[in-house]
Design a protein around this ligand. Structure first.
Ligand code: MN
Length: 533
């Protein structure tokens, strides 16, 4: 839903905002042409006409509407479509949906109209976009219900969420025109739901921008303070980055690798998080930037080349052994692949270096859409499908009425992940904070409910033991074991939580049945008849 609309006759608005109608028409056409230009490489026969048709339909429907900024409303869907194409990498169908995304909710156009003109596929996506209302609203059970809808549309067609993210991004970019109260509400919903979703879909730059924009409204003082300090220290930082890069550049040039190397500042939001989490001052945050090496390597050589670069870098600077992250061998489930290392740079400063190929970089920046592009033809297992499958499973079994559903879901599916191994060496992905008990439930609910402990790297640990990436876990079970109420505090995954609750309910029913039986026996002994109520 678009919050920033008004419904007033055009002439009044033109006077009110002192606008020139001709000027506005030109502006709209300019947006439309720019959209077509960036879509061009993706257009097949007949597509251009379809996009034009969607644009005209939306423009007519929104004709008398304006955003809070005074802009003609149609600029919003046009910009959302542009974000879909340019920043997310979506194609023609999604563009059409983006152009129409607010029509069914806010204008006379019905879903049937959309279906008649563009077919069922597009109508389904527009329907999904219409159904997602604000998550943070009135009461908690309504929140859970809205969030569940988001998840259902996500697993039904991920494009719905991608377009929704583009919509949210544009609304956040233009939030200045809203009232303070609304700014706070939309911002908190953005950090709470949309930024983690963007992250989980692999859209790193959109996630970062959403977080920074939310912070700008929710914590204006801290935001301004960090932005100012970043600007003040920029020169000094560039000098340091150049000094750090110089010897690496020489080595890379001497090798036969085609590369790009540069320093990138970290986001204001992530710096702020670090300041809060570590209770330090801005001056003490060492990783205000990261160095990035992007390689132009052939598909079959990219992994080898990344390690070659790693070796060149660590010949120059000493790496911190516990900060090596190998997402080449084990990509994150949002598709992210790269090699990260932190090395000791000049003046005794730790510096993070990220190494990846051009292909990996595109996936890192565009996430899901780029991932699908590269997947075509490749027989690689699909992490997104796996993730969607897990979400579906939880939605099907989880008691979504409960208030903790939202939190459970967030920790289960939107958190960072760790990789752990079964005794046979199969890899399992679990959210950060998972315990041995979570792992047991991830294998099978029957193993979870009978779990009495585990062996991690052959060492005995309790069921509450928190796992770390790389752990190999063997679960120990006993037929005498039964879940208890406090188990709910030992797990973080939604699957484990719902299975424990199921089995507690089952247990209560059994006790009640046993009780009835004993009572019946006693009453019979007294010569009385037992009547069930
Ligand atoms: Mn919108």
């Amino acid at each position: 839903m678009e919050e920033a609309m008004e419904n007033q006759p055009t002439e009044i608005l033109l006077q009110k905002y002192n606008l020139d109608e001709e000027q506005e028409k030109k502006e709209i056409i300019r947006h439309y042409r720019a959209l077509l230009r960036s879509l061009r490489p993706k257009l097949k026969r007949g597509d251009k006409e379809l996009v034009r048709h969607a644009f005209e339909m939306a423009a007519t429907a929104h004709k008398t509407m304006r955003r809070k900024s005074g802009e003609p409303y149609i600029i919003h869907p046009l910009t959302v479509a542009m974000i879909c194409v340019e920043e997310i990498g979506l194609g023609v169908r999604s563009t059409i949906c983006a152009l129409l995304h607010d029509t069914v909710e806010d204008t006379d156009i019905s879903l049937d109209d959309v279906e008649d003109e563009f077919g069922t596929e597009i109508a389904r996506i527009v329907d999904g976009l219409t159904k997602i209302s604000n998550v943070i609203d009135t009461n908690t059970s309504q929140q859970a219900e809205n969030f569940k809808k988001i998840l259902l549309t996500l697993t039904d067609d991920p494009r719905v969420i991608l377009i929704k993210l583009a919509d949210r991004l544009h609304n956040m970019r233009t939030l200045d025109h809203m009232k303070r109260e609304k700014q706070l509400k939309i911002s908190s919903e953005t950090v709470w739901v949309y930024a983690p979703l963007a992250h989980r879909m692999g859209l790193y730059s959109i996630k970062t921008e959403l977080e920074d924009l939310s912070m700008k409204y929710m914590e204006p003082e801290a935001y301004k303070d960090i932005a100012k300090k970043l600007a003040e220290t920029k020169r000094e930082r560039s000098r340091y980055i150049n000094e750090f890069i110089r010897p690496l550049k020489e080595k890379l040039e001497a090798s036969d690798l085609a590369f790009e190397i540069y320093g990138r500042p970290k986001s204001i939001h992530s710096i702020w998080n670090k300041i809060k989490k570590k209770a330090v001052f801005f001056e003490e945050v060492y990783d205000l930037f990261a160095i990035r090496v992007i390689l132009d390597s052939a598909a079959e050589k990219e992994k080898e080349d990344c390690w070659k670069v790693y070796s060149l870098i660590t010949d120059e600077y000493t790496p911190s052994p516990e900060r090596l992250r190998d997402w080449l061998s084990n990509p994150k489930s949002n598709g992210y692949e790269a090699l990260h290392t932190t090395v000791m740079g000049p003046q005794g400063k730790w510096v993070e270096v990220q190494i990846r190929s051009k292909r990996m970089n595109e996936i890192a920046e565009r996430g899901l859409a780029a991932h699908y592009k590269y997947k075509e033809g490749g027989g690689e297992e699909d992490r997104f499908d796996k993730w969607f499958g897990q979400i579906r499973e939880v939605l099907a079994t989880h008691d979504t009425e409960t208030v903790d559903f939202l939190q459970d879901f967030k920790t289960s599916f939107l958190a960072e992940e760790i990789y752990v191994y079964t005794p046979k060496g199969d890899v399992k992905m679990l959210p950060v904070g998972s315990t041995a008990l979570d792992f047991a439930f991830s294998i099978h609910s029957a193993i979870g409910t009978k779990c009495i402990g585990a062996k991690v790297h052959h060492k005995l640990v309790p069921i509450s033991h928190k796992l770390r990436s790389g752990d190999q876990i063997e679960i120990i079970t006993s037929n005498k074991q039964k879940p208890s109420e406090d188990w709910l505090n030992l797990v973080v995954t939604a699957k484990a939580k719902s299975k424990i609750k199921d089995s507690l309910r089952e247990e209560k029913r059994k006790i009640a049945d046993d009780g009835k039986y004993t009572l019946q026996k006693k009453l019979e002994g007294l010569g009385a008849a037992y009547k069930p109520t």
